[in-house]
Design a protein around this ligand. Structure first.
Ligand SMILES: Cc1cc2nc3c(=O)[nH]c(=O)nc-3n(C[C@H](O)[C@H](O)[C@H](O)COP(=O)(O)OP(=O)(O)OC[C@H]3O[C@@H](n4cnc5c(N)ncnc54)[C@H](O)[C@@H]3O)c2cc1C
Length: 364
């Protein structure tokens, strides 16, 4: 590991990996530190939908749309096939309240320039035969889809390395040496490094890293449970809310938000989670009740207190920034290049005040 770096990024999930790439592309000397394997945190336990159309309000929707647009050329840019599949998103209404919600979202999607359609129960059955027949209707947005999260993160990391970034796995940030209000040294289990700038992209683990510096990360954990089926012939035509079929044919089921204690990073699978995920899958996809489940996993979402990304300077520590977001697969391709521009000085935080870390300090 090098002794000095212009920018040290902590955490090689989708947030850290994408930022490392966009910073290296700007010519920055980047060191990416990861305590385990690349993409082994929440990013390894995602559903990996690329679903920008439900991001609200408009500023957040515009960010997600810009990310989506960047995705269209990202495989070529990175020289990586990450199984980008734009097969349209399909959400269904099980209750009158949900149907009202979908109608509202439909109006919003049209305003945002998406090609969206409300579906009657008959149209829904035609579009997605495996789905329950008693749904009140559905919303189909043509532009949404899904990706392979492992291949995407690897694509970013390999491209960053080609541009000169150094990537160190099994390198855990354990402490900081401060000089005044500035980080002079990062202490890891593999030695220390002197950074000009430190960017914490450690997802939910940023709470612990922030504490080392007396900073609140303003994120909270939420657990999700997913089930993975055996490989099947094509049975799902869209990225459905609750299930997607991968390029290899496996179906990933799961859309669960389990409230957990504020310091929870526990990713063990519980019977309760398995039952919850299986019940939801059988309820919404009765035709798939007998598929063989070969794997299950849990992930801890990193949810910002007000749901929006948290990026940029902390001010309290002059050279320490956060780079945090939920739905990071949907938005990273616009958020990370924007933050790279913040680092180079091509833009200021005034261009995205809704995402500034300092918004929380101003509230206090
Ligand atoms: C069940 C589930 C379904 C989801 N579905 C979607 C979806 O469909 N679409 C979508 O866009 N998003 C989805 N998400 C959210 C998405 O997965 C996350 O927003 C994203 O993975 C967060 O990435 P990250 O890089 O911020 O965090 P992480 O992937 O957790 O990366 C942080 C990294 O930091 C490392 N780290 C931690 N501490 C240290 C340290 N001290 N030193 C060095 N390294 C350290 C960790 O090992 C980890 O690799 C889902 C999440 C879950 C749980």
């Amino acid at each position: 590991m090098k002794a000095k770096a212009e920018v040290v990024i902590i955490g090689a999930g989708i947030m850290g990996a994408s930022l490392a790439y966009f910073l290296a592309k700007k010519g920055k000397d980047v060191l990416l530190l990861e305590k385990n394997e690349i993409g082994s945190g929440t990013s390894s336990a995602t559903a990996a939908w690329l679903w920008p159309s439900d991001k609200r309000p408009e500023h957040y929707g515009r960010l997600a749309k810009a990310s989506y647009e960047r995705y269209m050329s990202l495989e070529e840019e990175l020289g990586a096939d990450f199984e980008l599949t734009i097969n349209g998103s399909l959400d269904i209404a099980r209750t009158p309240e949900e149907w009202e919600g979908l109608q509202d979202l439909y109006e919003y999607d049209l305003r945002m320039g998406y090609r969206a359609r409300l579906l009657s129960p008959q149209e829904l059955a035609q579009e997605e035969p495996a789905i329950r027949r008693d749904a009140l209707g559905g919303l189909l947005v043509e532009s949404d889809g899904h990706i392979n999260p492992f291949l995407l993160i690897d694509g970013y990391v390999q491209a960053a390395k080609r541009l000169g970034a150094e990537v160190c796995t099994y390198t855990e940030v354990q402490d900081f040496v401060l000089e005044g209000n500035r980080i002079a040294k990062i202490i890891t289990n593999r030695g220390s490094v002197e950074p000009e700038l430190v960017i914490c992209a450690a997802g939910i683990y940023s709470r612990a890293i922030g504490k080392m510096l007396g900073l609140e990360a303003h994120v909270y954990p939420e657990r999700g449970f997913c089930l993975v089926s055996e490989k099947l012939p094509p049975v799902l035509n869209h990225t459905v809310c609750g299930a997607r079929q991968t390029t290899s044919g496996n179906i990933v089921f799961g859309f669960i938000a389990d409230k957990v204690d504020i310091d929870c990073i526990d990713r063990r699978m519980y019977m309760r989670g398995l039952r919850w995920a299986a019940n939801d899958a059988v309820r919404d996809f009765p035709a798939l009740s007998d598929v063989n489940i070969i794997r299950s996993y849990t992930g801890i979402r990193c949810k910002p207190e007000d749901k929006f990304p948290i990026v940029g300077p902390t001010e309290t520590i002059s050279n320490f920034w956060f780079h945090l977001a939920h739905s990071a697969f949907a938005i990273n391709a616009a958020l990370s290049p924007a933050v790279a521009e913040l680092v180079t000085g091509e833009r200021t935080m005034d261009s995205m005040p809704e995402y500034a870390y300092t918004r929380f300090e101003k509230q206090q």
